[in-house]
Design a protein around this ligand. Structure first.
Ligand code: PLP
Length: 277
């Protein structure tokens, strides 16, 4: 069952017009929200970010906070999966003619839920590989836009190289991952790119910072270079569906001699507690 424009229907019955601006231009925004044990995780944070994305592209939020929560809960409760990943998308709507500029339209609203399997500590403790690449995306990466061509190409590159993520740099400073935020730990200080137009302000990013503080780690929201990664003690990526992953190899070179660090373990444990609160 999925939600489309007011109706809960079977996924194979859900369809939209070819004149939808989401289809024609990628003119829309989205959110990915995890639910653990049937409970939506950090709904207010995700819906606040959705509001910011909508405001940035001049779409009026079609629903109140409560209406969104009701739709999300209905999908979560309908599924038999304990943990789920909710995907929510709003496009500007269906036009009469393909043109770049827009008039006021009725937004197209789509929500689906899929099973979410989190990796165990043991699985994560093996460490993961990543590659680096120049950040070729536009200058409003703070908007969670459905137009994701650069990210699609990065994901394909990651698949080709059999790595977990592509870590991006702009002017020799690491911004974020193609689908995640990036952190390095050096001498018990955690560094991550500051929020702003060059990164998506990850909901998990905030929780990583909270978890690291709880592990007595100092936080510094400042950018760092590719070279800083290779001399760091730990490298992590974070996202709602992957949580906090230790990266132990970048561009085929080991980080921290290819070993997962101890602080990651503390942050991982604290994050699990937040999930189960
Ligand atoms: N940065 C980018 C480019 C992303 O696509 C994502 C998530 O998909 C994130 C960061 C992490 O955001 P969140 O923690 O809210 O899932």
């Amino acid at each position: 069952m999925v939600y489309l424009n007011g109706d809960f229907i079977a996924k194979d019955k859900a369809s939209i017009s070819v004149m939808d601006r989401g289809f024609l231009f990628g003119d829309g925004v989205y959110e990915v929200i995890p639910a653990y044990n049937g409970k939506i995780f950090r709904p207010t944070e995700h819906l606040d970010r959705l509001q910011k994305s909508l405001d940035s592209i001049q779409i009026t939020n079609p629903y109140s906070h409560n209406k969104w929560i009701n739709i999300l809960n209905k999908l979560v409760n309908h599924s038999s999966s304990t943990n789920q990943s909710l995907y929510l998308q709003i496009t500007r709507g269906t036009d009469t003619k393909r043109k770049h500029n827009f008039d006021a339209l009725t937004p197209t609203i789509y929500v689906e839920s899929n099973p979410l399997t989190s990796k165990t500590k043991q699985e994560l403790s093996k460490g993961f590989s990543a590659i680096s690449a120049q950040d070729i995306r536009w200058s409003r990466c703070d908007i969670k836009a459905t137009s994701l061509l650069a990210n699609v190409l990065y994901a394909q590159d990651a698949k080709k190289h059999n790595v977990e993520e592509v870590i991006l740099y702009r002017d020799n400073q690491i911004t974020e991952g193609a689908t995640s935020n990036v952190f390095i730990l050096k001498n018990n200080i955690l560094y991550t790119h500051p929020t702003g137009a060059n990164i998506l302000s990850g909901i998990t990013r905030d929780l990583v910072l909270e978890s690291a503080s709880a592990c007595s780690i100092q936080i510094q929201e400042s950018s760092f270079s590719l070279d800083n990664i290779f001399t760091s003690d730990e490298l992590w990526i974070s996202s709602s569906t992957r949580e906090i992953m230790p990266i132990t190899k970048l561009d085929n070179k080991p980080i921290n001699q290819g070993k997962v660090g101890a602080i990651w373990g503390c942050v991982f444990e604290y994050y699990q507690r937040l999930k189960n609160d």
